[in-house]
Design a protein around this ligand. Structure first.
Ligand code: F0G
Length: 479
């Protein structure tokens, strides 16, 4: 297995790579003045920054992970057949071997899976209990007339609480919801390494309890496995009875507790596309019908065959304990370095990246002035790093058309798998620490234009009282 985390003579622990980097891509850090112009053009929304103006792109881990040599090689062997492609057969076979579920529907990405599942199972008036929502599942449920019920453990919403499994359900509360709403519940959704809680995992024991409750009411359990690889690692690291457990046995047990599994292949498997897996032949037939109008024939479902090849190998590689721990180990390194410097960051370290608590860092910026978006903007201005707002700007709107403020106001710095070096991570930490020291100079953002839906993607804003320029001048004055 090797030494995935190495302790230096200084006592510092570093994540050690068990891969070689053979292909690299040039990136550049444009001058501060150009970053200011780029950010103003982008309306302080990092989604509007052109990639060429970004030095370290920590927007997301979705579809931007480094592929392995084996994935690349497999892509050359793709079978482009419209129907019955060999690439589909290989993907389906690999998934069946890993998850022991016989039916697989490829989809163009995770949200397409959510759309199909919701159209198959959610009805007007439905309630879907979940450990926590993700940006894409809530609208999919709402579009079918349903609503969500988020039931995480209490510790989940306290960013400074070190609970090892903040992705767990609050079991007594789930039991009460099932008892009260049973008729309205089409399924319970469990999200591996709950993204918007800070990439926080569930424990195997909690999933067993969820399944037991669900069985009592005959309700299916559905797993969003997009961040399953990291959840597997964190279970093996943090759950005493699972320490060092065989990874395939662990996946089999998790899968046996679920009726449907879906995932974004842009995360799990470091590829593209995604899939829905199930063992229920009737449900599979219904989902195939729903997939066909947009996704195409069910043996590709909107995926390119080369991506099915890449995903098959990627899933296989996700069964390698050394390979899957590299990303959470890098996240842990970064979170620890930030916490040691007094930066409010979600602890304990989870999957995907670091989540800064913008609500605490910019406590002086009112919620309606989008503190997380302001912090993400300031970070780009001072470092060239692109992060993602995960606060009020990302939130859905209620029936009255007003945004529903989410409990957390976060800025997420994603670490795409195998993409950044430790020096780049250390640069990011250093710039954040420096920015934190100047946080009083960061102000709020005012909308210059927003849309009814997906403000995160389309919203454009202005910095109040020109704090953006003042921040850069202060930084330059410091040298
Ligand atoms: N589920 C989870 C937990 C996700 O994190 C995502 C996407 C999806 C579903 C939807 O998958 O993008 O392939 O349609 N997360 C990306 C992110 C967008 O940046 O965290 P998709």
């Amino acid at each position: 297995m090797g030494i995935a985390v190495y302790r230096l003579l200084t006592g510092e622990e570093i994540p050690l790579e068990f891969h070689r980097v053979r292909v690299v891509q040039r990136t550049r850090l444009i001058p501060a003045g150009d970053r200011l112009s780029a950010m103003r053009r982008a309306g302080h929304n990092t989604f509007h920054l052109p990639s060429r103006d970004v030095f370290l792109d920590m927007l997301t881990d979705s579809g931007v992970n480094a592929v392995s040599d084996r994935q690349l090689a497999a892509m050359h062997g793709a079978d482009e057949a419209y129907a019955g492609s060999e690439s589909f057969v290989r993907l389906q076979g690999t998934a069946e071997e890993i998850f022991a579920m016989p039916f697989l529907l490829p989809v163009c990405q995770g949200r397409a899976a959510e759309d199909i599942i919701c159209r198959a199972l959610v009805r007007p008036g439905s309630v879907v209990p979940m450990n926590y929502h993700f940006t894409t599942i809530q609208p999919a449920i709402a579009a079918c007339g349903g609503e969500i019920a988020q039931i995480p453990v209490d510790e989940a919403l306290d960013t400074g609480n070190p609970h090892p499994f903040k992705g767990n359900f609050h079991i007594p509360r789930l039991a009460r919801t099932l008892g009260r709403e049973r008729e309205r519940i089409p399924f319970i959704r469990v999200e591996a390494c709950a993204n918007l809680l800070g990439g926080q995992p569930f424990s195997l024991q909690n999933l067993r309890q969820v399944r037991l409750l669900a069985d009592g009411h005959g309700i299916p359990v559905l797993l969003d496995a997009s961040l399953l690889a990291e959840n597997l690692h964190l279970i093996r690291e943090r759950e005493p009875e699972c320490r060092g457990m065989d990874i395939r046995a662990l996946v089999r047990e998790i899968a046996s507790l679920c009726s449907v599994i879906y995932f974004s292949g842009r995360k799990l498997g470091c590829a593209r596309g995604g899939a829905i897996l199930c063992s229920d032949a009737d449900l599979f037939e219904r989902m195939k019908d729903l997939a066909a109008p947009y996704g195409g024939f069910f043996t590709y479902g909107g995926m390119a065959p080369r991506d099915m090849e890449s995903l098959a190998v990627g899933l296989e590689e996700a069964m390698d304990p050394t390979a899957i721990r590299h990303s959470p180990d890098c996240v842990a390194y970064m979170v620890r370095a930030l916490a040691e410097n007094g930066i409010p960051v979600v602890i304990p370290p989870g999957a995907l990246g670091c989540y800064l608590d913008a609500g605490k860092i910019l406590a002086h910026v009112p919620r309606e002035r989008c503190p997380a978006a302001a912090l993400a903007s300031a970070l780009y201005l001072t470092s060239g790093i692109r992060a993602m707002e995960r606060g009020i700007l990302s939130s859905a709107r209620g029936k009255d058309g007003q945004p529903i403020p989410p409990p957390l106001e976060l800025v997420r710095l994603a670490l795409p798998r195998r993409t950044f070096t430790l020096s780049q991570v250390r640069y990011a930490v250093d710039r954040i620490v420096r920015l934190h020291g100047m946080r009083d100079l960061i102000g709020g953002l005012r909308f210059a234009g927003e849309r009814e839906r997906l403000r995160l993607f389309w919203g454009k804003m202005l910095a109040e009282d020109g704090w953006d320029g003042n921040l850069l001048s202060a930084l330059e004055a410091e040298g």
